[in-house]
Ligand binder design. Structure first.
Ligand SMILES: O=C1O[C@H](COP(=O)(O)O)[C@@H](O)[C@H](O)[C@H]1O
Length: 260
């Protein structure tokens, strides 16, 4: 478990640009040292903001897009192409405009796909896809993701792990079906905390005043069942990327030294 490090940016635009720059460097470094990079994307406003900033960054051309594996931390279980699906939004903002290898874009199944409306079967299939990509040296039946990103919800949820719900209590499986999520749509697929914790680096993204309470709760010693974001950490690094509004309820003692 790595101790959370906080970086606080002036506003959400700067946060997205700085996070995009950080991600480009991570991917380029991973490709230089291991040949390929593997990144887990998040949905939500901050995740999409980061992808939009990445799309606009000239340095995006430093990435070898054909040697990048993309996975998702969660998905809204809706028909293929539904505008509310995280993958649809990611495609629109960035993925359709870069030369990715389609074989390396590992979208979670849709509700009109091969498993129909059976979200458990869809989750199992995604777990199997992850297990197939995992090497013997990996810490769990998932690949060693270079970076796994998570948007933090105003209720402290990350991926589709909502407070007190069965998915956040899962200790064995790497992917689960989620029923009755408090945020629409109610049916979702999510990586679990054990899968999240197998990543080298976990980056939690939160911008805006509506995230301030969640950030303060998760970083002030809350339990992961009550505050799922508190249970999200990487093996080598856990980074909270915030703007001043999202950091505004943090106790001053948690603020990094160079913060605004
Ligand atoms: O529904 C979801 O919400 C969270 C947070 O989204 P935000 O818009 O409040 O930033 C997101 O991380 C997750 O991937 C998504 O499915």
């Amino acid at each position: 478990m790595s101790t959370p490090q906080l970086v606080v940016h002036r506003d959400k635009e700067l946060m997205a640009q700085a996070a995009a720059a950080r991600l480009i460097t991570k991917i380029v470094d991973a490709q230089a040292s291991r040949g390929a990079a593997s990144v887990v994307l998040t949905g939500g406003r901050n995740g999409n903001g980061l992808l939009a900033a990445l799309a606009a960054a000239p340095a995006r051309d430093a990435i070898d897009w054909s040697r990048l594996d993309l996975w998702w931390g969660d998905e809204r279980f809706l028909p293929e192409g539904d505008p509310e699906r995280n993958v649809t939004q990611a495609r629109e903002v960035l993925l359709d405009s870069v030369p990715l290898d389609p074989e390396r874009v590992h979208a979670m199944p849709a509700s009109d796909g091969p498993y129909g409306s059976d979200v458990e079967a869809a989750a199992e299939a995604y777990a199997a896809e992850l297990a197939k990509a995992a090497g013997p040296e990996n810490h769990a039946p998932v690949p060693a993701f270079d970076v796994l990103m998570l948007g933090v919800g105003p209720d402290t949820h990350v991926a589709s792990l909502f407070p007190e719900m069965p998915a956040v209590r899962e200790t064995e499986r790497t992917v689960v079906g989620v029923h009755g999520a408090p945020k629409p749509p109610p049916t979702r697929i999510s990586l679990t905390l054990p899968a999240i914790r197998s990543a080298r680096e976990v980056w939690l993204l939160a911008a805006g005043e509506d995230k301030a309470e969640a950030v303060a709760i998760a970083l002030s010693g809350a339990g992961e069942i009550q505050a799922p974001a508190a249970g999200a950490y990487g093996r080598a690094r856990t980074l909270w990327l915030l703007d001043t509004a999202a950091a505004s309820q943090l106790p001053r003692s948690l603020y990094p030294p160079a913060s605004p």
